[in-house]
Design a binder for this molecule. Structure first.
Ligand code: ADP
Ligand code: MG
Length: 712
């Protein structure tokens, strides 16, 4: 059976290998086991039930949360040559009848419905007559009230399964679920001895960063300026904020769309469509936008406000880069956003148990914004992964090459103030006291008489509380749970107060630069848009960005070569292959490029094998900064630096002066001559802390040393 699954993957989807976890999940379903698949967004969950759907004799019933997207899902199936349909409230009575009877005659392999359908007795009666072999619950975390996006009607699925004449294989899928939520899914859906496949939550192609204390509007303008062609989503916490950002962008000449629950159904559907169809590139939205949106070429997600918890954040951020191309996830933190989230918790929840749970999750979210360590590690740890590398090399903190600064004295002031306030108050009041503010509460408690009063008066309140929040994220300050958390000290903080430990913290540099696109890729994208418009489907259903990117890399000359491109299957080729080949041939003729012809089946077409360090050199010569190149290539900055050094050793020209701090150049040379060039570590240790390894290597390259040992 797996053999046939693999053939379907190639034939219909155009992929020659499974993504992580797919094979296991498909195998388990084909063996008739209930299966819970936890795979990250973009991990390829749909194929996990669509492929078995084609192999099972009967029908596959898919529960999917958003009726507005069912048409797109079915269009996407259609473009893959898979017969599917949906039933929802947009259809007339007759249309529903017709689809059911066609399903009964075996004309569809997949039927999509929203769980709310289960409230209709008529629908239940009809569906019982259908030969359902497999049931797939997409976005299954919606069944649990402990996760996010809780949808009560998901709870109707389990009784529905119980009453089916023949119990189908039941499968459930989600991207973001802590262990607690995973167990809840198993219980609430009544999965029987489920095979539990967790592929891990990491999304290597996404970079993460947090910016604190930015002027958010200016940040947006600077960020968007270089990304006019890229699709992205800006999430904000409230409708009002969405409206404001939307107006602001329009005024600045950006074609943006907006989406929130305060708009009419038509308005929402229109802006969603415009976004899916690449008519507008920027979507400004509340969290109402996006669940189940499978647009694969979203390049960035900006959170303009703090999300309510890590689950929501990762789900939303995860909408970038479903096509495996790079995506950027940026969070703009402002302390006032914590208040908005607290307000929302108070407004929407009643049960004290759930409230306290939400406050705890909110705190974890705030800690994410303040941790000086690897952001990816923080996320993966949150979701319960183990054995995570300390640094990912692809997040704002890992790429922060600023030196650690000794902040022990500042920390001691804060700790001591907390102690003097008897560990009974929140961070904002502690900050007021340190600032020396004459605020009513400060005076009422007589805190103006404390020795720590006004100790940090040269800072702004915001700087003080930002720093205190870093100390929370670092585990020095402990906060109680609840709406008004009270700050206390951990044993580590006591040690620091006693002078037995240091507080070393990095001070963040700012960096936001855009990456360019090459022209064949742009032309392919233009063609895709034309075709999509002609056929009334979203562009990414024609081909994903990653497919176009692979096409522009592989430069196929004919059908065989085209079929070797990732994401081009037989069916897609029949529909669009020749049109794209034509454009590629024209491009090649105009630019004097030789195209690749295909090898017969079985042999893999050769891939363009430029050595990695030379690819880096090209990008560097094209004007990319090291950070940009690292991000574009999904490598760490250190690797990119080593690439350049290797190029230098191979005699390629690199402008080393760009990387050598001029005030230290003479000193570095002297130390190299003193210590010898065979080992870098002793050289580095004899230099000021501000000189990094790369600067030393750059000097060595400039000196033309052939004895360079990159291994340190
Ligand atoms: P999820 O539902 O897990 O977020 P999707 O099912 O929407 O992810 O798939 C994400 C992307 O991955 C789609 O563009 C899909 O075509 C692609 N994809 C699925 N399976 C594979 C595979 N085996 N190899 C490469 N790409 C794949
Ligand atoms: Mg999905």
């Amino acid at each position: 059976m797996l053999q046939r699954a693999r053939a379907i993957l190639k034939e219909h989807f155009g992929f020659s290998s499974f993504k992580k976890g797919q094979e296991q999940i498909i195998d388990s379903i084909l063996q008739g086991s209930d299966t819970l698949g936890i795979m990250p967004t973009g991990g390829g969950k749909s194929a996990c039930y669509q492929i078995p759907a084609l192999l099972f004799p009967g029908l596959t019933l898919v529960f999917s949360p958003l009726i507005s997207l069912m048409k797109d899902q079915v269009d996407a199936l259609d473009s893959l040559g898979i017969p599917g349909t949906f039933i929802n409230s947009s259809l007339s009575f007759d249309e529903v009848e017709e689809r059911i009877s066609r399903a009964a005659r075996g004309q569809f392999k997949l039927l999509y419905v929203a769980p709310e359908r289960l409230e209709s007795d008529r629908f239940l009666a009809c569906i019982r007559s259908l030969p359902v072999a497999l049931l797939a619950v997409d976005e299954a975390h919606c069944v649990s009230q402990w996760g996010h996006d809780f949808r009560p009607s998901y709870r109707a699925i389990e009784p529905f399964i119980k009453e089916m004449p023949h119990r189908p294989v039941v499968s459930a899928f989600t991207a973001t679920a802590t262990a607690e939520v995973q167990q809840d899914i198993i219980n609430m859906l009544g999965l029987r001895n489920p095979k539990h496949v967790v592929t891990g939550f990491n999304r290597e192609n996404l970079s993460f960063s947090v910016f604190r204390g930015e002027n958010k509007k200016e940040f947006l303008l600077a960020y968007l300026a270089g990304r006019k062609e890229q699709a992205g989503i800006i999430y904000a916490a409230t409708r009002k904020e969405v409206d404001t950002i939307f107006e602001f962008l329009l005024k600045k000449g950006y074609a943006a769309g907006k989406y929130h629950a305060g708009l009419s159904d038509e308005e929402r559907a229109r802006s969603q469509d415009q976004f899916l169809y690449d008519d507008i590139r920027i979507m400004v939205a509340t969290n109402a936008f996006g669940m189940g949106i499978d647009k694969s070429n979203v390049r960035y997600i900006i959170h303009y406000n703090l999300p309510k918890n890590m689950e929501a954040y990762y789900q939303e951020a995860g909408r970038a880069g479903r096509d495996d191309e790079n995506g950027e996830c940026i969070l703009l933190f402002g302390a006032q956003d914590i208040q908005i989230q607290k307000f929302l918790i108070e407004q929407t929840l009643v049960s004290p148990e759930r409230k306290s749970n939400e406050y705890k999750k909110l705190r974890a979210m705030v800690d994410y914004c303040h941790t000086p360590h690897c952001l990816r590690k923080y996320i993966l740890q949150y979701f319960g992964e183990e054995d995570i590398p300390e640094e990912c090399g692809n997040c704002g903190n890992c790429n922060d090459y600023n030196e650690l600064e000794d902040k022990t004295v500042d920390a001691q002031m804060i700790f001591s103030c907390i102690l003097r306030m008897r560990e009974q108050f929140g961070i904002s009041l502690v900050a007021e006291v340190l600032k020396g503010s004459r605020n009513k509460k400060v005076l009422r408690y007589g805190f103006n008489n404390l020795s720590t009063y006004g100790l940090m008066k040269d800072r702004t309140l915001k700087q003080i509380s930002d720093f205190a929040n870093i100390l929370v994220a670092e585990g020095y300050i402990l906060l109680t749970e609840g709406r008004y958390p009270v700050a206390g000290l951990s044993p580590r903080a006591y040690s620091v107060l006693k002078g037995q430990g240091k507080v070393l913290i990095k001070v963040r540099q700012k960096e936001t630069a855009a990456t360019g696109d090459d022209s064949l890729f742009d032309q392919l994208r233009g063609l895709r848009k034309e075709i999509a418009q002609r056929n009334g489907i979203p562009p990414y259903i024609v081909f994903a960005d990653s497919t176009l990117r692979d096409m522009s890399r592989q430069l196929p000359a004919d059908q065989l070569a085209m079929l070797a491109v990732k994401g081009v299957g037989q069916r897609k080729f029949e529909q669009y292959g020749e049109t794209f080949l034509e454009l590629i041939r024209e491009y090649a003729a105009a630019n004097g490029i030789i195209l690749r012809t295909g090898k017969p089946a079985g042999e893999k077409a050769p891939v363009n094998e430029t050595p990695s360090h030379l690819v880096t050199l090209d990008l560097y010569r094209a004007g990319g900064t090291l950070q940009e190149i690292a991000r574009q290539r999904n490598l760490s900055v250190v690797t990119i630096q080593d690439h350049l050094v290797r190029c230098g050793m191979e005699g390629c020209h690199v402008d080393w002066d760009d990387f050598i701090p001029s005030q230290y150049e003479a000193l570095i040379r002297r130390k190299i001559e003193e210590v010898g060039a065979h080992k870098l570590k002793p050289i580095k240790e004899s230099l000021p802390a501000g000189v990094d390894y790369f600067a030393i290597k750059a000097v060595l390259c400039k000196m033309g040393s052939g004895r360079l040992d990159i291994s340190k």
